[in-house]
Design a binder for this molecule. Structure first.
Ligand SMILES: [Zn+2]
Length: 329
């Protein structure tokens, strides 16, 4: 067994996913447990430890064969210290020294990472056929997360918050965001925003085929808005189209600041397929500059739900190698 076998954990608000990867980042085992975020930190921590034990057993490797454990956590953190500052969707996860606690409990070298950064790095190392060294990923889910890879390295920034693409301002004085800003991208182009904006349009008196869903007990989703838009529902078309235009504007901004070869769109919203990608690509061409053709490819993610655990494991391997290099000097 290779000494570079790693274990990745991806903590979400609903599920905690994990996998054991060999030195080629192939999955030897994978499993998941419910997060039960309302039970508090101690309970979810115990479930993570149990999942790690289960994964090692399922992979058929000894504990000593695991070179490092990487954990993706949904919230800002002090990466170097391994401290989770605040995971808003997980009760009690405030100023948690997760790296130290997990290293002590498991006896394995553990590293923590922002979950969106981990997913972007996972997509980068796992989507090998695309061969880009500079990539930005936008994960379009309940909110919008993201990650930036330049020269093959994850960019964390001075305060470990690089890649917060969902909070790029795309509309000055626009919609209020829980982050305290106005006009953030995620207030227009996340699944939640698309759903909310359609509900607002209907409640403001606009005629829509989704009115029964808005006033009924069935939960309305962004997919419903996409479908209604394709069937000619005007408020749905406007909301969907604006989401695509805002996304395209964000891609143009990223193009000019970072000049990536590839922008990857990920998350639940990409299930819309060409209904999302087509308008984003054509609005991108319309909005970008005309003096130089340095356009990134804009493509859907290929890894799906495993990107986060794969990236967490791959980043843990990098952190371990970096620590080893530090000792060698
Ligand atoms: Zn914001």
């Amino acid at each position: 067994m290779s000494a570079r076998t790693t274990l990745g954990i991806d903590i979400g608000g609903t599920n905690i996913k994990g996998g054991v990867l060999d030195d080629q980042d192939r999955l030897l085992a994978r499993s998941a447990v419910e997060t039960r975020a309302d039970e508090g930190f101690e309970a979810s921590f115990a479930r993570i430890v149990a999942l790690i034990d289960e994964l090692i057993a399922a992979a058929g490797v000894s504990r000593n064969a695991i070179a490092a454990v990487g954990v993706g956590v949904p919230g800002p953190m002090d990466h170097a210290a391994g401290v989770v500052r605040h995971a808003p969707n997980l009760d009690g996860w405030v100023n948690i020294p997760l790296r130290r606690l997990l290293t002590e409990r498991t006896g394995l070298p553990c590293f923590v990472e922002n979950d969106a950064n981990a997913a972007a790095f996972g997509e980068f190392v796992g989507g090998t056929q695309r061969a880009a060294t500079d990539m930005v990923m936008l994960t379009l889910g309940t909110g919008i997360g993201g990650g930036v890879i330049l020269g093959g390295r994850l960019v964390r920034g001075r305060f470990d918050n690089a890649g917060e693409v969902g909070h790029m301002i795309v509309a000055l004085g626009g919609r209020a965001c829980p982050c305290g800003q106005r006009g953030c991208l995620e207030r227009y182009a996340s699944a939640n925003a698309i759903r909310e904006r359609l509900i607002e349009a209907v409640r403001a008196g606009e005629k829509s085929s989704l009115a029964p869903a808005v006033y009924g007990s069935e939960p309305l989703t962004a997919e419903d808005v996409c479908r209604a838009a394709q069937q000619g529902d005007e408020p749905s078309q406007r909301v969907w189209d604006e989401a695509c235009r805002m996304l395209a504007a964000a891609c143009v901004n990223l193009q000019h600041v970072l000049n990536p070869g590839l922008i990857v769109l990920a998350g639940g919203l990409i299930n819309a397929g060409e209904a999302l990608l087509g308008p984003v690509q054509s609005y991108f061409k319309e909005l970008t500059w005309k003096i130089c053709e340095d356009f990134p490819r804009i493509e859907p993610a290929v890894l799906g739900g495993d990107a986060g655990l794969l990236g967490a494991a791959a980043l843990a391997r990098e952190a371990l190698l970096a620590a080893g290099a530090g000792h060698a000097r």
